[in-house]
Design a protein around this ligand. Structure first.
Ligand code: THU
Length: 143
């Protein structure tokens, strides 16, 4: 896995906790924050943003990744996500976010996904463990 120092891990988790405070989650009342370490060395943060038309909700992970891409960086080495409660629990990025992660992870075998709780307790795994067989870019055909 991509080598992160303990300080980097702590910083990503703290920034995700900070980003979580900005969540717009009036429907589920479940706030989430994320922080992504871009290949450019910058950290991009995001929160979940819900909508009265529920399916339009954007998760914290995708908000952070889309912010990174819109700022000109197209790959990342680590992502931290923080939900409610203490400890990493059994959660982690949802299926849609796992697909988006696979698009922009620097290397699915190396890119680190950190799932953390409010108390800073976390678990860490390579992106490939969460999403072993992504839908890949395709070649259009004229069928
Ligand atoms: N959510 C995230 O932002 N990230 C996750 O990893 C799981 C779910 C959001 C979507 C919705 O706003 C709320 O959490 C409840 O599902």
């Amino acid at each position: 896995m991509y080598n992160l120092s303990n300080e980097q891990i702590k910083e990503l988790i703290l920034l995700a906790i900070e980003a979580r405070k900005k969540a717009y989650a009036p429907y589920s009342k479940f706030k989430v924050g994320a922080a992504v370490l871009g290949a450019d060395g910058k950290i991009y943060t995001g929160c979940n943003i819900e909508n009265a038309s529920f399916g339009l909700t954007n998760c914290a992970e995708r908000t952070a990744i889309f912010k990174m891409v819109s700022e000109g960086c197209q790959s990342f080495n680590a992502l931290a996500v923080v939900g409610a409660g203490d400890g990493p629990g059994e959660s982690g990025p949802c299926g849609a976010c796992r697909q988006v992660i696979s698009e922009f992870a620097a290397d699915m075998n190396q890119t680190v996904i950190i799932s953390a709780g409010q108390d800073g307790e976390y678990r860490m795994e390579p992106a490939i463990a969460l999403y072993p067989r992504p839908f890949m870019k395709f070649e259009p055909n004229n069928d």
